[in-house]
Design a protein around this ligand. Structure first.
Ligand code: GLV
Ligand code: MN
Ligand code: MN
Ligand code: MN
Length: 411
């Protein structure tokens, strides 16, 4: 496909949710997200695709009407669909590509198949999953977790954003219906495979021959809320030995997370913190921070967490503070369907295969549906930040690759 053609469609969403930082703030059920949903609906209509919103706020554009398709009665599940797509939402000040690239590429891949006169024997769907980043409500892949039943809908409705707005209230304010949230086995039953195209989140492809890779696995990972409680007091008049300063325990915890991760062979990040009362001349009363930890396997991840918990609780004892560590979400290791992965790599002429430490809806869905991922080269390797990058040529090559995969699986 022509790079200019990719750019034309890409430019339609480029201004939506762009911040002065150059990054994107596209939180679920906020105005930019609603604008992107409207855009998705318009793109579906423009192409005569059947638009649908499921009970969990995930969107679909179906090239499906079974009446119009020649269903191959010998196919193993002739009516099951091939679904592709990704998510619109971003982390705070995230990159342009993480998520939307998979949706824009899906529309263009369908255009390409149609222009080539392809005759699918299975429905092909384009999906936009909700709150993949957990950037607003804290739990990543919320739309796919609800769909697969791995999160209780009551818990999901009660999740709050940093302003204390619940998911339930946010959905109602956006005109959506939170009462329906919950597992959707019938929909999952109709999906033969889900293919998510995504920006690469690393630099493995930089400088190589190939602009597209196929995913092998996702590292297990999780998020923990850390609450350190001490006692607020005067910054000048409180003697050092009399203090119960939760900021000290917090600072220790940040270093401990990194050290435990380094020793065990994983990664750990504290990227978000809230301090009460947040005054320059008062000792903090409490500090709440969020730990994100990831590792190549579950054993290493538990090793990091158990080392972290024991070091932090010992330190809290010395600081006269209290430390509470509560897991907010967990994402088990994902090994993508090996036969699907090998088939796709072969369709793409022996594309490289890569593991990733980033989470994706494809990972959540993989527990119930065969899934695979394509990664498009990112020369900076940066992700979840404005410096995320991809050339239009590589994005166009990604569309070609996705179209070839859809043709192979659905036609
Ligand atoms: C989501 O992109 C994550 O890996 O945190
Ligand atoms: Mn992401
Ligand atoms: Mn993503
Ligand atoms: Mn992700």
């Amino acid at each position: 496909m022509d790079a200019g053609e990719f750019r034309r469609l890409w430019n339609e969403i480029a201004p939506i949710g762009r911040a002065e930082s150059g990054g994107y703030v596209r939180f679920s059920w906020t105005e930019p997200d609603l604008d992107l949903r409207t855009w998705f609906h318009a793109q579906s209509k423009l192409r005569g695709l059947r638009y649908e919103e499921d009970r969990n706020g995930n969107l679909y554009a179906w090239w499906d009407p079974e009446r119009e398709l020649v269903i191959d009665p010998d196919a193993p599940h002739p009516h099951k669909a091939i679904l592709t797509g990704s998510h619109f939402d971003s982390v705070p000040h995230g990159g342009a590509y993480d998520g939307p690239l998979g949706i824009v590429s899906a529309f263009l891949a369908v255009d390409q198949l149609r222009a080539d006169g392809a005759n699918p024997k299975r429905p092909i769907g384009i999906a936009a999953f909700t709150e993949e980043e957990g950037g607003r409500f804290g739990v990543p892949c919320l739309g796919s977790r609800l769909m697969t039943g791995v999160i209780d809908p009551d818990r999901a409705r009660a999740l709050t954003d940093p302003d204390g707005v619940t998911l339930e209230a946010a959905m109602r304010a956006a005109g959506a219906e939170p009462d329906l949230l919950g597992p959707d086995p019938e929909r999952l039953e109709r999906i033969a495979a889900f293919i998510e195209l995504h920006i690469e989140q690393g630099r493995a492809l930089d400088g190589g021959e190939s602009s597209v890779a196929v995913a092998t696995a996702i590292w297990p990972h999780g998020r923990w809320r850390l609450t350190f409680t001490g006692e607020a007091d005067h910054a000048g008049t409180t003697r050092l030995p009399d203090r119960r300063d939760p900021m000290l325990t917090f600072a220790f915890a940040v270093l401990a997370a990194r050290k435990e991760a380094r020793l065990a062979g994983g990664v750990a990040t504290v990227g978000r913190v809230e301090v009460e009362p947040n005054a320059t001349n008062a000792i903090a009363a409490s500090v709440t921070a969020w730990l994100d930890a990831r590792a190549p396997d579950e054993a290493v991840l538990s090793e990091i967490l158990s080392g972290f918990e024991s070091k932090v609780s010992e330190r809290a004892g010395r600081d006269g503070t209290r430390a509470a560590i509560v897991r907010e979400s967990e994402s088990p290791v994902v090994e993508f369907d090996a036969s699907l992965r090998d088939r796709i790599a072969a369709v793409l002429g022996g594309a490289p295969v890569l593991p990733t430490a980033a989470g994706h809806d494809a990972g959540v869905l993989s527990a119930q549906v065969p899934t695979a991922m394509l990664f498009v080269r990112n020369p900076t390797g940066v992700s979840h930040a404005p410096g995320e990058s991809a050339s239009d040529e590589d994005c166009a090559a990604g569309v070609d690759a996705l179209a070839a995969v859809l043709r192979d699986l659905a036609c």
